[in-house]
Design a protein around this ligand. Sequence first.
Ligand code: PNS
Length: 164
Amino acid sequence: MGLSKQPVAVFPGSFDPFHLGHADIISRATQIFPRLIVGILENPSKQPVFTPNERLEMVRSLYAGDPAVEVRLFSGLLVNFLQQMQATVIIRGMRAVSDFEYEFQMALMNRRLSPSAETVFLTPKEEYSYLSSRMVREVAALGGDVTGLVPEPIRSLLEERMRS
Ligand code: PNS
């Protein structure tokens, strides 16, 4: 297969904040797909800890030295973003059985909207299997230590944000 035929994958999410479970999924996905686009959802209806642009900058700076990883914002339907990026694969992390129902529904809805969209589930390292952005936000908001749960530059930004 020529390089131009290799599928482009999108790893979509809210990433508020990006944590080490996300980083683990990215490193696994880039072992399989030569080009991975991290798609950060701009969702104006939520009250995020970090603005979409802050999240974009944070994740971009983490992967600045990695040519396989591109980071972009998207809004609207994920399948439209895939089409814009000429991507056919959606990467999602599957942590536990509790993720299954929502992920399964989302995969089938995306396939219905775009039959060429294929969802690939990757499982993170066990030590990150309980990790979620919601938990990280809650622990940080209540003054708990999130060292080892998020990349260091994000930890300091998160602690700073929670203090303000
Ligand atoms: O990190 P999250 O919040 O679990 O990510 C959810 C995300 C962004 C992948 C999902 O909400 C999404 O794709 N939203 C875009 C809107 C869309 O396409 N909805 C139809 C498919 S369910």
